[in-house]
Ligand binder design. Structure first.
Ligand SMILES: [Zn+2]
Length: 457
């Protein structure tokens, strides 16, 4: 009998913070795993925002295929703003019932493409038992009713499904998942459920998602969230302890540990709407019948959507964004080419049909990690904005609720700091180079055949 597999995702953990913690011995559980594993830096997808990245981890696909474009976007089919939770203020601005419904229910049921099966669908289809703790892209074959009853719609998830106390496939005795230091934390909830699952050996594949670190790193900046890292480490340690210690744990399980994206420091925040001050913009405050554009900004990325009847063209939108000091790169499609404008220069590219790129302009303009693939795949998403803006170093774009993390950390852009992730494999083969390689690696390790995941164009 081959071993089972545990995927641990620590949201927002940068490679540097992971490497330092291992080096200094400040995170004993992570250190133990690193000591027994093989490590490399991996690359996320773009935009490097959690719902996009978790969808890429769950499906092995980029946004062009899985369909999740960002934390906030404009749904052209239904003529409405979708906001998954850029911040508490953003959730309030669009209406908390709707934002929570979109993030918890609609994203998985309606927005995540049915053409990109999740690991939970693939593995359960092969007769394996999968388990999810708090991972927000959870779609699977088993219907679960909410612990809150019929006010929350039933969802389709993996066999064992634990989602912030809202869905619990089994009674574990875990405390409520509340983001409050005095009452507990989300990672403490995860630890309690994880302990229960490992004690029973109740899965073939477990995704163990720890969001507390990202939350703290937004507040204190990358590298300033040691206390949160200690809690994430304790949550990982709880799994090892439940098996009777690290060695016993590794006899039973292979491990992949990673994050979904990095973070970089924020010195200044801007309202990117300032580039369109003379135009009518769609806002969260209700219908605006003559609105031309919607600026979907969140963290360090923005997507500008031209609304039906917009007179302002793509070139005009791109030109205005290029002129803003807070913008590093402007990205859009022109015919069958992707266009990158950066530092007053332009690069155009498209797939050459042989797995490489046909380019015109200076290729060094897109030297970000896996830049060509990630930009192409973001722009090829039918739900992407007409023009994307990746933030300049140290800048953040205010979200729909006006929220910023000035003095703290943020992510979403193309640059290495936002895009690189720690990638550790303990007994699970070579560490995957990209987050989209995780799903096929997991399937292979568990003996399940999957079709080639990433399509280039
Ligand atoms: Zn974040």
């Amino acid at each position: 009998m081959s071993r089972k597999l545990v995927l641990i995702v620590i949201d927002g953990l940068t490679p540097q913070v992971f490497e330092d913690a291992v080096e200094r011995g400040t995170a004993p559980a992570l250190g133990f795993l690193a000591e027994h594993g093989e490590y490399r830096r991996g690359v996320s997808t773009f935009p490097s925002l959690t719902p996009v990245c978790l969808a890429s981890i769950a499906t092995g696909a980029h946004p062009s295929q899985h369909g999740i474009p960002g934390l906030v976007w404009y749904d052209r089919d239904h003529g409405r703003i979708v906001e998954y939770g850029s911040s508490f203020a953003a959730i309030r601005a669009v209406g908390s019932r709707r934002a929570i419904r979109d993030a918890v229910i609609t994203m998985n049921r309606d927005h995540l493409s049915r053409e990109t099966p999740t690991m939970f669908e693939t593995l359960e289809g092969a007769g394996l038992t999968t388990a999810v703790v708090n991972f927000t892209v959870y779609r699977g074959p088993v219907v679960h009713r909410s612990t809150l009853g019929s006010i929350v719609p039933a969802v389709e998830g993996p066999s064992r499904f634990f989602y912030y106390s809202l869905f619990e496939s089994d009674r574990t005795g875990a405390p409520l998942a509340i983001r409050d230091r005095s009452l507990g934390s989300i990672d403490a909830y995860a630890a309690s459920v994880g302990r229960w699952l490992v004690t029973r050996d109740g899965f073939d594949f477990l995704v163990y998602y720890l969001p507390d670190y990202d939350f703290a790193s937004h507040a204190h900046g990358p590298g300033g969230a040691e206390e949160a890292l200690a809690r994430s480490d304790a949550a990982v340690g709880a799994l090892l302890d439940a098996a009777g210690g690290g060695d016993a744990f590794l006899e039973r399980y292979e491990v992949i540990l990673c994050s979904d994206h990095g973070q970089t420091g924020v010195r200044e925040g801007v309202q990117l709407e300032r580039a369109f001050g003379d135009l009518a913009l769609l806002s969260s405050r209700g219908p605006h019948y003559d609105a031309e554009l919607f600026v979907a900004a969140s963290n360090r990325v923005a997507q500008v959507y031209r609304l039906p009847g917009a007179r302002t063209g793509v070139e005009d939108v791109a030109g205005r964004l290029e002129g803003d000091t807070a913008v590093d790169a402007v990205l859009f499609r022109a015919g069958d080419e992707a266009v990158v404008r950066r530092h007053g220069e332009e690069l155009r590219f498209r797939p050459d049909g042989d797995g490489a790129w046909e380019t015109s302009g200076d290729e060094a303009l897109l030297s970000d990690p896996n830049g060509f693939e990630r930009v192409w795949q973001a722009l090829a998403n039918p739900r992407a904005g007409d023009v994307l803006a990746s933030a300049a170093e140290g800048y953040e774009f205010a979200d729909i609720g006006g929220s910023l993390h000035v003095g703290g950390g943020s992510h979403g852009s193309l640059v290495a700091g936002d895009s690189e992730v720690p990638m550790l494999s303990v007994g699970a083969g070579p560490p995957p180079p990209r987050i989209v390689d995780i799903a096929p690696s997991v399937a292979r390790r568990l003996g399940v055949e999957v079709a080639a995941a990433v399509r280039v164009a």
